[in-house]
Write a protein that binds this ligand. Structure first.
Ligand SMILES: [Zn+2]
Length: 258
């Protein structure tokens, strides 16, 4: 009945947080899709146990544009940059053997946070990798962060996300000169995990952990900072960011090019 508790917790978390606009109908979707598993195993059902399953999540979409920034009179919306990066990660990862890659969205559409996690769960993902670009009211703030679990619950999952995040931050720094700001492990004030420890603040990280999937949010610099935005204002640069992300993921899982 552990599983029932998890579902109840997800629903309660959503009630508290509103799941950043997720309706209760969407929250119910989580219970439907997670009902296929007891959530205790990361093992792929496939007989090919060497296959790594990665779900790439392009943050925001549709009515939710995410953050925006302006450069030389042109406005850039986070949702579009995220999608270009996410597609580049997918395309680059598919040049490696023994990997399956799924996207939570591949077009400009709105999709709830709970649904994104449910998609990753449906594919029995080994990693949920969420692509974002940060924003600050201080235009001087720049650099990339990995938002990861504090490891208070299911630490083995957190360790995977820490390692992937660390490798990604290094790649972004070396290949593209994006400042490495390290991890952010933010805890919720009120929400608790089933082990009574404080839950993670970031919804994708928290819900991913509850779904038993290593989950992280990569913030690829600040759209509000001109120096960072200059590194991502062309398709070519966004693709280079995606390749850096994919290279980090491939390094962590020891993937070899086809
Ligand atoms: Zn975002």
């Amino acid at each position: 009945m552990e599983f029932i508790k998890k579902i109840a917790l997800v629903l309660v978390l959503c009630l508290f947080t509103g799941c950043l606009g997720v309706s209760s109908a969407m929250a119910a979707e989580v219970s439907v899709s997670t009902s296929t598993s007891d959530g205790t195993s990361l093992t792929n059902d496939s007989s090919d146990t060497d296959t790594v399953v990665i779900t790439i999540d392009a943050g925001h979409g549709g009515k939710d544009s995410g953050a925006s920034g302006k450069l030389k009179g042109k406005r850039y919306y986070e949702k579009n940059l995220n999608l270009t990066i996410a597609k580049a990660i997918r395309d680059e990862l598919l040049t490696y053997a023994n990997v399956e890659v799924y996207m939570t969205r591949s077009t400009d559409k709105y999709i709830s946070l709970a649904k994104r996690v449910a998609i990753a769960k449906d594919y029995d993902s080994d990693l949920l990798y969420s692509v974002h670009i940060d924003w600050s009211s201080s235009k001087k703030t720049n650099g990339a962060h990995a938002l990861v679990s504090s490891g208070q619950y299911r630490k083995s999952l957190a360790k995977i996300a820490w390692a992937v995040g660390s490798l990604t931050l290094s790649e972004l720094n070396q290949d593209l000169g994006i400042k490495n700001l390290g991890y952010l492990k933010r805890k919720s004030y009120r929400l608790k995990y089933p082990n009574k420890k404080k839950a993670d603040y970031y919804a994708i990280v928290r819900m991913g952990t509850l779904a038993n999937i290593p989950s992280l949010i990569m913030e690829h610099g600040y759209i509000s900072n001109k120096s960072d935005l200059k590194k991502m204002d062309t398709e070519e640069e966004l693709k280079a960011i995606g390749i850096a992300d994919a290279t980090a993921i491939a390094k962590y899982y020891g993937l070899v090019k086809k």
